[in-house]
Write a protein that binds this ligand. Structure first.
Ligand code: OOG
Ligand code: MG
Length: 261
């Protein structure tokens, strides 16, 4: 795969994400697409967003819980990138216009208190965290039927579409982050029930893994960046009018509504 191939595939996934139109898995047309090339495509597709004026605001880990791995049939952790164009305000609305088939999942997020580059120990990663908060992530695979292989989902920026952060941010030292009960309600009914321990046994491990994966590409995190730790439960399909609320022990609630326009 050369720079031209990478650029063309980046344009393909970026256009699908902008139009909300599904595409075939990239690995069907490009079976030689490795995980390394998939991250190259992801970076090139994010560069297109940044050229349009979006800003990088953080990173997301994916497939860090068994429930998530089983749901999509891919069993390795992955990371993607978050831009300000994906931010949904707490209590705000998420539009279904130009989306493919969005789903929502409950997460926790880290806010970084300083720049850091891996490889790191758990203690070093913890020391770089300013605080943690409850989060909901909206994922929307650009692939038909939400079906993909490991390189496909990486190239598609790990299905990133939107995210909401709760407004309670607590220092790590004040939260029992490895054992927080989590409920995700849809229209007032529990749709998923889980625990933060499902995320890599402890969400901090997800941050460490992210830093160690980024280090292999000579990259790190910056002060102020957000890191989503990965879904604690399987994701749930979103429909017009849905009111989604995540409730995380000690971290409070985070919510949004789904609109059509
Ligand atoms: C891939 C993204 C996974 C998570 O939290 O595990 C992810 C997908 O499920 O489409 O965001
Ligand atoms: Mg997620």
């Amino acid at each position: 795969m050369n720079t031209q191939d990478i650029h063309e595939l980046a344009v393909l996934v970026d256009t699908a994400a902008q139009q909300g139109e599904t595409i075939s898995q990239l690995t069907i047309g490009s079976p030689e697409m490795s995980v390394k090339y998939a991250y190259d495509i992801q970076e090139a597709s994010i560069a297109l967003r940044l050229e349009r004026g979006e800003q990088l605001v953080g990173m997301k880990m994916g497939l860090t819980s068994r429930a998530k791995m089983e749901q999509v049939g891919v069993h390795e952790p992955i990371y993607g990138r978050l831009t300000n164009g994906m931010i949904v305000n707490d209590g705000g609305s998420f539009s279904l216009a130009k989306r493919c088939h969005p789903r929502v999942e409950p997460e926790v997020a880290f806010i970084m208190g300083r720049d850091i580059q891996g490889p790191v120990s758990d203690a070093e990663a913890a020391e770089a965290v300013q605080g943690v908060c409850a989060a909901l992530e909206i994922i929307d695979s650009r692939y038909r039927a939400f079906k993909f292989t490991l390189p496909d989902v990486i190239a598609d920026n790990t299905s990133a579409s939107g995210f909401v952060l709760g407004n309670v941010v607590k220092p790590l030292s004040e939260v029992n982050l490895g054992n927080l009960g989590i409920v995700m309600e849809i229209n007032g009914e529990p749709a998923q029930i889980g625990n933060s321990s499902a995320i890599y046994e402890h969400p901090l491990r997800s941050l460490v893994e992210l830093l160690n994966m980024l280090a292999r590409r000579n990259q790190g995190l910056k002060k102020g960046q957000i890191v989503l730790a990965g879904g604690a439960t399987a994701a749930v399909h979103l429909s017009d009018g849905d009111h989604v609320r995540g409730i995380v022990d000690e971290l409070g609630t985070v919510e949004f509504r789904v609109s059509v326009g």
